[in-house]
Design a protein around this ligand. Structure first.
Ligand code: FAD
Ligand code: NAD
Length: 524
């Protein structure tokens, strides 16, 4: 059987080594230095270049590939076995193929040409890590000792997966079979293992665990791959969804073939039968699998904070920045690693793609001097199997009281989902898209509408037969602080307006009508 290091060698054939090979020609000074080559950095360099076309931007990334989007890694990429990352392409839900990389390789400037370039450009130093940041001298040091000074710097170091003590303290042979999932390299590793395995345990019920369980179950269907998902709570997405909806969702995830084992903690792990793992559970049972993927949450990557004497938020983690995303003079933070001040909802830290786009863009704009506060609320989305997809905005946390409104799904909802997922930057809600959906709706509509509205607190669930689609309001006192659109697509701009208004709403029934989830075409 292959070991982790065997697989790593195979992966390296696809994912190459650092570039440039030596740091000899890396400039010693740069106007804009971005630490981290993820989504927030990508959005920042795009904003810098569009506001200052001749800007010179250097991104330092400890990954060996150019910036790419992570969302397809737990979803679409597993739904078309002909594609995959060696081709760097995946098929979106609507069938269209696209690259996982934000820009083609040719977009980036060779770093050796940066110093003499008159028109500037963006270079990505790949496979290099920033190990130290000196805020007063405006200087970073790379892992090979190279020193680079900057005029403006962005920290966009993202987050790192958490791990369980029971696995951290296991034997090396056990550890060979324990993975986390974050990057293109992890995808290659897990795909390779999945192809050679009969069973997998996914630990965790959040976004990653739930999406990956559905995706792997689909991917391994033909070869009867057994996918277990284990977690302590009673249902999937328990930190986000009200309890009744979390438990309903668990049933939908079981429907796509995942063997969900709720209310279980892993208490022990050992090698079984020479080459498998036996996971001992808190409920006294055990599960035998070929390997494990841990998805029990992330923590912000704040490795640079201590030496740089930067403040980390005690409660939320992440670099403390103001509404302009500034940590110190000429130093900004964005994306998963930033703990920012949202003038509408207070201090926050958000680990989602669109937030990385929105905050990275804002940081880039402020780095060129625009002085804009965080105002535009980011959104996020998730897809769990074929029956569940949602989009959300604001504070969406199951510890808050919720009020929910549900309606029956009609056959056009799926088309809306495909249109909504068409663009990875889900921020836009173009007129063209809306028109297309409206046109499709107008052709024929046969579904029945059964609006059922009931206020519920954490203990009380709405009195409806099914949770096909709906709107869930997350409340603080009488104010709406978060909105989750459950199998309802292309309406996030309405949610954004409601959230921005900061009004108190006595009748959420009326607010729900703004989302047009009931079948008015049928009623007409
Ligand atoms: P990251 O994307 O984590 O990028 C940070 C980069 O910085 C990394 O490349 C890291 O290696 C590098 N780095 C760190 N420290 C250093 C250093 N010292 N020197 C050099 N480089 C460094 N969100 C959604 O809203 N919807 C989704 O469907 C969704 N799906 C996801 C699927 C997966 C598999 C994962 C892992 C995440 C998903 N997310 C999703 C979350 C989203 O991708 C993240 O919130 C987003 O990537 C954060 O962007 P970032 O730029 O802050 O950090
Ligand atoms: P998460 O924070 O979404 O969920 C972690 C889950 O693990 C929680 O529900 C928690 O209850 C559970 N958990 C904690 N301890 C556990 C234990 N001992 N055993 C089992 N379960 C335990 O984090 P994630 O799902 O690991 O995702 C990683 C990162 O990727 C996050 O930042 C997430 O936001 C991001 N991501 C986002 C999306 C999306 O927005 N659609 C998709 C994939 C990943």
């Amino acid at each position: 059987a292959q070991t982790k290091s065997d697989v790593e060698k195979e992966v390296k054939k696809i994912v190459k080594f650092r570039s440039p090979e030596t740091s000899e020609h890396i400039p010693k000074h740069i106007s804009y230095l971005l630490i981290g080559g993820g989504t927030a950095s990508f959005a920042a360099f795009r904003a810098i270049k569009s506001n200052e076309p001749k800007a010179k931007v250097m991104v330092v990334s400890d990954e060996v590939v150019f910036p790419y989007m992570r969302p397809p890694l737990s979803k679409e990429i597993w739904f078309d076995s002909d594609l995959g990352l060696d081709k760097a392409r995946f098929k979106q839900w609507n069938g269209a193929e696209r690259s996982i990389y934000y820009e083609p390789d040719e977009f980036y400037m060779n770093i050796e040409k940066m110093d003499e370039s008159k028109n500037g450009g963006v270079s990505v130093i790949r496979g290099y890590k920033v190990t130290s940041l000196n805020v007063n001298d405006q200087k970073v040091i790379l892992d090979d000792g190279t020193e680079i000074t900057y005029d403006k710097c962005l920290i966009a170091t993202g987050s790192v997966p958490k791990t369980l003590d029971v696995f951290d303290s296991a034997s090396p042979k056990v550890k060979e079979k324990i993975f986390t999932y974050k990057s293109i390299k992890d995808f290659e590793m897990i795909k390779n293992h999945t192809d050679k395995s009969k069973s997998i345990a996914i630990v965790g019920n959040g976004f990653l665990g739930s999406e990956l369980a559905c995706a792997l179950s689909h991917y391994g269907k033909e070869k009867n791959l057994k996918v277990y998902q284990l977690f302590p709570e009673t249902g999937n997405m328990a930190k986000v969804l009200p309890k009744y909806l979390s438990e309903w969702t668990t049933q939908r995830i079981k429907d796509v073939g995942v063997d969900v084992i709720p209310e279980s903690q892993i208490t022990s792990v050992e090698i079984f039968n020479g080459n498998q793992l036996k996971l001992g559970l808190s409920n006294g049972n055990s599960v035998i699998v070929d390997f494990v993927v841990q998805s029990i949450g992330s923590e912000p990557n704040v490795d640079l904070a201590k030496k740089a004497a930067l403040e980390i938020d005690n409660r939320l983690g992440g670099y403390v920045v103001n509404a302009e995303l500034e940590a110190r003079s000429n130093l900004y933070a964005a994306g998963d690693a930033a703990c920012f001040y949202d003038p509408r909802l207070g201090r926050r830290r958000v680990e989602h793609h669109d937030h990385a786009v929105v905050s990275g863009r804002l940081a880039g704009e402020n780095m060129v001097g625009l002085k804009k506060p965080y105002k535009h609320q980011s959104m996020f989305w998730s897809d769990l199997g074929s029956a569940v997809g949602f989009e959300a905005i604001g504070l969406v946390n199951s510890s808050l009281p919720t009020v929910a409104v549900f309606a029956k799904q009609n056959k056009f909802d799926l088309d809306e989902k495909h249109l909504a997922l068409d663009e990875i930057e889900k921020d836009s809600n173009s007129e063209e898209k809306k028109k297309k959906v409206e046109e499709q709706k107008g052709i024929e509509n046969t579904s029945e509408s059964t609006p059922k509205i009931e206020a519920n607190t954490l203990e009380c669930k709405p009195n409806v037969d099914s949770y096909d689609k709906g709107i869930i309001f997350y409340m603080q006192e009488e104010r709406i602080v978060g909105i989750l659109l459950w199998n309802v697509f292309n309406r996030i701009s309405i949610a954004r307006k409601i959230l921005a208004s900061d009004d108190t709403f006595k009748d959420l029934n009326e607010v729900a009508k703004l989302f047009d989830i009931f079948d008015q075409y049928h009623e007409d």
